[in-house]
Design a protein around this ligand. Structure first.
Ligand SMILES: Cc1ncc(COP(=O)(O)O)c(C=O)c1O
Length: 390
């Protein structure tokens, strides 16, 4: 037991939580008896340092436009330096309305409608969504599954598929939904590939702090400094500290030419900081480290329980979770077809998950479970899964 209470159940029904509201509206499940294990936010309160800083803001009571953000920038610079050995120039940080917004800004700043955008699929479903809604072409490069059950990029096959219209890569590092922490050599190879084929590399590192014990995340910018003229790093404190509703993310861009283009989109989009999101980000990065360390230990225990449960279902397996709290379970070789698996998980176990197919090619037959919840809730969910497949 640490000073941080991740075991405490927190009722989120009736709080306008997307994850819990959707149980009836989207999944047609009875919210009272169901467990939401889909959207990527956690069932834990943000650290007390965040809540206290926000309380200070509430007590002050004047919610005007945000101005000097030097403290916020410094908190990001210090965090990245301390946790990732990444030296960020505060002047190169852009504040976006979240990481998906940053992805969209990159598309608008550096590509044109009809350009090809490469995604290693299966990938976080909003990659495809934001590419298509910006009228760019989605180019899927399926990840291969290694002998050890982990994903790897297949750059040789991708090279053979290039047509010349490809302008950008959306790289998810660590990977959602596969939970992979990419090795240095893999990131280096991707950077070289982007250099060779004149592709802008957008590295979405929103899960950069949710790294399971024994693994080390490498920030693309530190591994491949030579590609700085083609690189945008997107990140946020939102996944790490459960602040997604604050809708604040960062784009770090070192290259002057890229910055000039990004600036134009920022002006056209009238992007200004949301003071609440900025304040919680700064508090978390300044004071949240101990909480994060305890969280990672807790999540690792949840991971073990989840993996053991899935391993107990004949033919099913889960991908080794090296990062994130999103477990990727493979039901393709179990005794039931896709519809029957979903029926058992939803109707018998009463659990809402993300369907594998929504992550693109290679996702069919899998489900993504969000395991960031109190242990007792996970135990209840796992008991139900066991019973549904017994
Ligand atoms: C890889 C990845 N990028 C971006 C997001 C969402 O970012 P935001 O809420 O800041 O737009 C998620 C959420 O799960 C994600 O997994």
């Amino acid at each position: 037991m640490t000073q941080f209470d991740f075991d405490q159940p927190i009722e989120r029904r009736g709080t306008s939580s997307m994850k819990w509201d959707a149980l009836s509206s989207r999944y047609k499940m009875d919210p009272e008896n169901s467990i939401a294990m889909w959207v990527a936010d956690m069932e834990f309160r943000a650290p007390s340092c965040v809540r206290e800083r926000l309380q200070g803001m509430i007590d002050h009571g004047v919610f005007g436009y945000y101005g000097d953000d030097s403290g916020y920038r410094a908190s990001i610079v210090n965090w990245m330096d301390r946790r990732h050995g990444w030296a960020v120039d505060p002047a190169n940080i852009y504040t976006t309305h979240g990481v998906v917004h940053g992805l969209s800004m990159c598309l608008q700043a550096f590509t044109d409608p009809g350009d090809g955008i490469i995604v290693f699929s299966p990938a976080y479903h909003m990659f495809a969504g934001i590419i298509r809604s910006n009228q760019r072409d989605l180019i899927e490069s399926p990840l291969a599954e290694r002998q050890d059950g982990r994903y790897e990029m297949d750059l040789d096959t991708l090279e053979g598929q290039l047509t010349g219209k490809e302008k950008m890569v959306f790289f998810c590092s660590p990977h959602n939904p596969g939970g992979r922490v990419w090795e240095r050599s893999e990131i280096e190879a991707l950077a070289k590939f982007c250099e060779k084929h004149d592709l802008i590399l957008v590295s979405d590192e929103i899960h950069h702090d949710l790294i399971m014990p024994g693994h080390k995340h490498h920030i693309t910018a530190t591994v491949a400094p030579d590609i700085a003229h083609k690189l945008v790093t997107l990140s946020s404190a939102s996944k790490t500290f459960n602040l997604a509703g604050g809708h604040v993310g960062q784009a770090v861009i070192t290259d002057e030419n890229l910055r000039a283009k990004f600036d134009k989109v920022k002006t056209a989009d009238a992007v200004g900081p949301n003071s609440f999101g900025v304040v919680v980000t700064q508090a978390a990065y300044e004071l949240g480290e101990e909480w994060l360390e305890a969280l990672l230990v807790y999540l690792d225990e949840n991971r073990k329980l989840f993996d053991a449960t899935i391993a107990g279902i004949s033919g099913a397996k889960s991908m080794p979770l090296e990062a994130t709290y999103l477990s990727w379970a493979d039901f393709r070789n179990c005794d039931h077809d896709r519809d029957e698996v979903i029926r058992r998980v939803e109707k018998e176990a009463g659990i809402a998950t993300n369907y594998g197919a929504t992550f693109g090619e290679g996702g069919e037959g899998r489900l993504r479970f969000n395991i960031a919840c109190p242990r007792a809730q996970l135990e209840e969910a796992m008991d139900r899964v066991k019973a549904a497949f017994a």
